[in-house]
Design a protein around this ligand. Structure first.
Ligand SMILES: [Zn+2]
Length: 473
């Protein structure tokens, strides 16, 4: 019968027992122990992004609690054969009641639960209420539930699941055993996909599976849906290009080249790459997310080395990461990451994704190649120590274009327009005020705070900080 009807892969390979669950070892272990030692809490709260197994885990837990264990009475795993297991799996059990709070969030919707709590389970040990997307419940609905949650009859158990743990009221969270489900590692998804491909006679190359796993962002359900979609589209032979083109992903090497263009501040290369991705229909929002992940990996590689466990990367990726990590200092790397985080956030709301992406990445490229205040300080110190202007040339001082407002017709008065709004300069530095008027206010303020710079300025009447930039040209 199974051969005649096509069952979608996410359904067909939905985990049925604790040992089927991938990537949530700690949660599974705690739940199994709770059953084994009969220390079952009144309420559980599963928090995690979509498709990582909250509902699946809730059902397995409900089955394990109510299973009659036909055949193996000592097992904690649900047997999958008894009436209770069958009914729960089919959503027909009278003792396991599911509520989707996304569509049923009012007081009237939870009232049947409060009433049902009064009655003993019909055929099982426990009466279990699974409330999905529980953060959507109205405050009134929660209040109605609260009394029951505080002192439920011993046969009643609650399982709440949500994608947004922060939105669940603290009074509720404190009455639950809370589990934060982690996103499933790319490698775990790849090996599960490999297993399923073997079972389904799908011939997929490993890079294709990697691309699917990347696209699923830690969600097993999404990964399986994607594989399903790909098989419908391409048949049972799947290559990396297929996966990339169907899901609008950029190939690993193209992504690495773009990162390298950013690190080298090569605006033309950045624009060319975006043009190519856009015209070949790549998902630019996804590109921004993957780029952030790449730079995050660079931070990890720099801090911990490329053999770090926190690095989710293949051998080829690691070689590139090691090379790129050598070519950029950590301060700039952090600033690029900040820029990319900001970009990801912005892209959620804008329509002109490409333009925002272009501007943002060019800016990231500038960040990668513009001197930081620390480097300027270092240069100044080098100058102080050696008395040699050439020492400054060791430090790369890419002259940052002056902000537009100061660029346009700089007034001939001694004070630049924006500085008029600034609090008065420290009194002991009257001469400094005269000397550094061309440097943008933030930088200048930081410089004036530096004791060393102050001493240089005050002890060398003829010197101008602006000259540092001139000297480096
Ligand atoms: Zn059973």
């Amino acid at each position: 019968m199974e051969e005649t009807t096509h069952l979608a892969l996410p359904l067909k390979y939905r985990p049925m027992t604790f040992s089927d669950v991938v990537g949530q070892e700690n949660v599974v272990k705690t739940l199994r122990n709770a059953i084994e030692y009969n220390r079952i809490a009144n309420a559980y709260l599963f928090i995690g992004s979509r498709g990582i197994g909250k509902t699946t885990l809730s059902r397995i837990f409900a089955k394990a609690l109510n299973c009659r264990h036909e055949g193996d009475s000592g097992s904690i795993e649900p047997c999958g054969k008894c009436v209770n297991c069958h009914e729960i799996a089919a959503g027909r059990s009278l003792d396991v009641i599911e509520l989707d709070a996304a569509s049923h969030n009012k007081v009237e919707d939870v009232r049947p639960i409060i009433e049902a709590v009064q009655f003993q389970p019909v055929t099982s040990k426990y009466k279990i209420f699974i409330i999905d997307e529980c953060h959507m419940l109205s405050a009134a609905a929660w209040n109605a539930l609260l009394k029951t949650l505080e002192e439920p009859p011993p046969y009643v158990k609650f399982v709440f699941a949500t994608t947004e743990g922060d939105k669940v009221l603290a009074t509720i969270v404190s009455r639950c055993q809370r589990f934060d489900l982690r996103r499933i590692q790319t490698n775990d998804i790849v090996s599960r996909l490999k297993y399923i491909c073997g079972k389904e006679n799908i011939d997929a190359d490993e890079d294709a599976l990697l691309a699917i796993a990347r696209g699923a962002e830690g969600g097993m359900r999404d990964a399986l849906s994607s594989l399903d979609q790909l098989v419908s589209f391409k048949g049972t032979k799947i290559l990396e290009e297929d996966a990339l083109s169907v899901f609008g992903l950029v190939s690993r090497s193209a992504l690495e080249n773009l990162a390298s263009a950013i690190i080298n501040g090569e605006s033309a290369k950045i624009l060319d790459a975006i043009e190519l991705f856009d015209s070949s229909g790549k998902n630019l929002r996804r590109l921004a997310a993957e780029l952030l992940n790449h730079f995050r990996n660079l931070v990890v590689a720099q801090a911990l080395g490329t053999d770090a466990k926190a690095l989710e990367a293949t051998q080829e990726q690691m070689a590139v990461l090691a090379e790129q990590a050598k070519n950029i200092n950590s301060e700039r790397l952090f600033r690029i990451c900040d820029q990319l985080v900001e970009l990801e956030d912005k892209l959620r709301y804008v329509l002109s994704v490409r333009t925002v992406l272009e501007m943002s990445l060019i800016r990231a490229g500038r960040i990668a190649t513009t001197a930081t205040i620390e480097e300027i300080m270092k240069a100044v110190r080098a100058l102080k120590e050696s008395g040699d202007v050439n020492a400054l040339k060791e430090v790369y001082l890419n002259p940052r274009p002056a902000p537009e407002s100061t660029n346009i017709a700089r007034p001939s008065t001694t004070i630049a327009p924006q500085t008029q709004n600034l609090p008065p300069e420290p009194r002991e530095l009257p001469e400094a005020k005269q000397e550094v008027k061309h440097i943008n206010p933030t930088t200048r303020r930081q410089m004036l705070d530096d004791e060393l710079v102050n001493s240089i300025i005050s002890s060398t009447p003829g010197s101008q900080l602006v000259d540092i930039k001139e000297a480096s040209k």
